[in-house]
Design a protein around this ligand. Structure first.
Ligand SMILES: Nc1nc2c(ncn2[C@@H]2O[C@H](COP(=O)(O)OP(=O)(O)OP(=O)(O)O)[C@@H](O)[C@H]2O)c(=O)[nH]1
Ligand SMILES: [Mg+2]
Length: 219
């Protein structure tokens, strides 16, 4: 009985996720779903990406968090549309929650929509929100063994951002080994090495984003 309920939830999620995707395609909004463990650097990456992108593109953000609006508050300085979803203890966003947030956000006036998921390296991997691309932010402080331990998340990512490379020496992490392990799980993902605190390290990431935003605009 419980298994049946779970299946129904997933079928419902996938159907709303499909509707979300159709809406994003029709409105020509590029949508990126940012997932990671707690504290890997999603909001820091957003801060330093939006500061560069906002001059050229209209940016919107959906923030997912259990109880607070702290991340949304960090982005208020950009004066862009932000909708906060509080999951009240839930470990991931689902497509229905995102649908509700879209209704609060005027996406006719948005070129790129970032969805910052709840910090969790397991649950968000099972929930299609309708995004174009899933971006996994992986902090090297989590250890080199994590890609295979949390392989669902790594195998379903379109981009893996290896973050906090400035801390590799202190953490005694072999970044090449991490990259090889990610590649062994996911042959297609774009893998980038950055320090999200350091805007100069984000050039390749920003170029990739611009390419995706333009591709969706012209489709
Ligand atoms: N040294 C270093 N610290 C970083 C880097 N990126 C983020 N941080 C720090 O890591 C901490 C967590 O960063 P956040 O951006 O809040 O992480 P998050 O993934 O948004 O966290 P949650 O939303 O709570 O899951 C902050 O203290 C950041 O300053 C980096 O590249 N290098
Ligand atoms: Mg955050």
């Amino acid at each position: 009985m419980e298994i049946k309920v779970l299946r129904n939830v997933m079928i419902k999620n996938n159907s709303v996720g499909k509707d979300n995707r159709e809406l994003f395609i029709n409105k020509k909004v590029f949508v990126a779903n940012l997932v990671s463990s707690p504290g890997a650097g999603k909001t820091t990456l957003l801060e330093n990406s939006i500061s560069s992108l906002a001059a050229k593109y209209k940016v919107g953000v959906i923030e997912g968090d259990l109880y607070t609006s702290r991340d949304a508050e960090r982005l208020e300085k950009f004066n862009i549309p932000i909708v906060q979803i509080n999951t009240e203890g839930g470990c991931h966003l689902d497509a229905r929650m995102v649908r509700g947030a879209i209704n609060e956000l005027n996406i006719d006036n948005v070129d790129v929509l970032f969805i910052e998921n709840v910090g969790n390296l397991v649950c968000p991997s099972s929930f299609d929100l309708g995004e174009h691309k899933r971006i996994l932010v992986y902090s090297i402080t989590e250890g080199e063994d994590k890609p295979k331990k949390y392989s669902t998340m790594f195998s379903t990512a379109d981009v893996v951002i290896i973050n906090k490379v400035d801390l590799s020496k202190a953490c005694k992490i072999n970044i090449d080994q991490v990259e090889n392990e990610i590649r062994s799980i996911n042959k297609k993902a774009l893998i980038l090495k950055v320090s999200a605190l350091e805007p100069n390290s984000l050039r390749e990431w920003l170029l990739w984003l611009e390419g995706e935003i333009e591709r969706v605009k012209k489709s």
